[in-house]
Design a binder for this molecule. Structure first.
Ligand code: 5AD
Ligand code: SF4
Length: 462
């Protein structure tokens, strides 16, 4: 019998990327291998994102387009997974508009994929199995197929208890649940043994890590433990909440060679009135205090952020306070979003009463982006002439003649490529030569620090 083939389309954040790796690991354990295209796939999974309407429209569009493939090859299995599956509206939509979908499962039961597939194959109609919340115990030891390269993502905490009023995540990902420190560290050590050298700790809210464990631990404890793992060069984490960033964590980051000196601190808005209605639990003054503290302690610290414009009731004065903070803080880069009402969240009800008109939302986004681009370019230009370590990910997708990599603080660097040496997965010292808004260019100034060992071996699932 031919080997069955799978394809997973991942939308959304790193948590979804990691979930897709776990789905892929289970499928490969079952004997599937990855398909090169949709036409070859026996199973297609769309791992969806619900954070903004745009991501949802994208998923619905993709599911709709797959009807033709499903008509041509009825034996093929089509599954919808991820955050949208947790929303009742999605199930109703799929039943009405996309009965060609075979299986729907959510964020809490992806470790059951083998059983779900078996059951879906035996049925004529759509199988929907979505858990409202996670079970009592976290699913450990589920195999996963990580993506190519020497960067690995490691879940440390699932869910979010913050309930920002615009955000769907607490509903789609459930309450906060931390993995045991020993389980996380076992995974990190195994990854380092396999040759992974850059680790990203993942959670919707990483600095709540450990508050629900007995004995209680925190992100600083985890960082201290990870710091000692032989073979790891860089440690990243995503995403912290500005309210819970402890002084001890700042000290540990400041004194570490491995932990990134990039602080991604989602600001969301610059006006206290809006921050209060967003339920962000900090004021602009407290946010500024955190920035000042980190700047005074962490050498060459780089700040990045997320900002939403057009939250219900946001006035021009509120928005100008956001611009003012952006000018004061000078983030290296920012992800900027137009507010998107999410059904079931408090802000979606306010959007009905007090929306910001669409043209105003767009105008604010444009003004914010123009300001941020100016600041990003200036921040990048300050790096010209500096020597930085770059982890090369591979040949640039856009230009065959250059290598693309990133600095420890996440800045993209492009390097001229000599075709006789392979720098993929190498940490190389680089002199920065020019700066654009979204990337730097430079030239290699010495030998690679590592001999990446992971590519040389067959890759066992981990
Ligand atoms: N509308 C617009 N942006 C949102 N985000 C989260 N929810 C919404 C929403 N309803 C943004 C926040 C968050 C990032 C991941 O997505 O800025 O930090
Ligand atoms: Fe959403 Fe707020 Fe939780 Fe972040 S902290 S996931 S924005 S509720």
């Amino acid at each position: 019998m031919a080997v069955p083939q799978y394809l997973i389309h991942t939308l959304g954040c790193q948590m979804n990327e990691r979930d897709s790796e776990i789905m892929a690991g289970q499928l490969e354990t079952m004997g599937y291998r990855r398909a090169g295209s949709e036409a070859e796939a026996d199973l297609i999974i769309i791992n969806t994102c619900a954070v903004r309407a745009g991501a949802e429209d994208h998923a619905f569009g993709h599911v709709g387009r797959l009807k033709q493939l499903k008509d041509e090859r009825p034996a093929m299995t089509l599954a919808v997974a991820g955050c949208m599956a947790q929303e009742p509206g999605t199930i109703a939509w799929l039943k009405k508009h996309a009965p060609h979908v075979d299986l729907v499962f959510g964020t809490h039961n992806l470790h059951e994929l083998p059983r779900l597939l078996e059951e879906a194959e035996e049925r004529d109609e759509m199988l929907v199995e979505v858990w409202k919340s996670a079970g009592e115990t976290l699913a450990e030891h589920v195999p996963s197929r990580r993506k190519e390269g020497i960067r690995a993502q490691v879940n440390i905490i699932y869910g979010c208890d913050k309930f920002c009023t615009y955000c769907i995540v607490p509903f789609t990902r459930g309450r906060e649940r931390s993995r045991a420190l020993s389980d996380v560290m076992r995974e990190v050590r195994a990854l380092a043994d396999q040759g992974f050298e850059d680790i990203m700790f993942l959670g919707q809210n990483v600095n709540s890590y450990g508050h629900d464990l007995d004995p209680r631990v925190d992100l600083a404890d985890l960082m201290e433990a990870a710091e000692t793992v032989h073979g790891l060069r860089w440690i990243h984490y995503m995403t912290p909440h500005p309210r819970d960033f402890s002084d001890r964590l700042i000290e540990i980051i400041a004194s570490s060679e491995k932990i990134s000196h990039q602080l991604h601190l989602p600001l969301q808005a610059g006006s206290n009135a809006i921050l209060r209605r967003m339920n962000r639990k900090y004021t602009r003054e407290q946010y500024l205090e955190l920035i000042a503290k980190a700047r005074s302690k962490i050498a060459d610290v780089s700040f990045t952020t997320d900002i939403i414009v057009g939250f219900p009731g946001e006035t021009e004065e509120d928005f100008e306070q956001t611009l003012e903070l952006v000018r004061m803080i000078r983030f290296d880069s920012a992800f900027t979003f137009v507010y998107s009402p999410r059904e079931g969240t408090p802000a979606a009800r306010w959007e009905g009463r007090d929306p910001v008109a669409n043209p105003i939302k767009k105008d604010r986004l444009n003004r914010l982006m123009a300001l941020q681009y100016e600041i990003s370019l200036a921040a990048n230009q300050r790096l010209i002439g500096k020597d930085l370590l770059v982890l090369v990910d591979g040949v640039s997708k856009k230009n065959d003649d250059v290598w693309a990599g990133r600095t420890q603080t996440g800045k993209v660097v492009l390097l001229d490529r000599q075709k006789d040496i392979d720098l993929t997965d190498c940490f190389v010292p680089v002199r920065i030569e020019s700066a654009k808004t979204f990337y730097l260019t430079g030239s290699v100034k010495g030998k690679a620090l590592n001999q990446p060992k992971r590519r040389l071996e067959a890759l066992p699932l981990l």
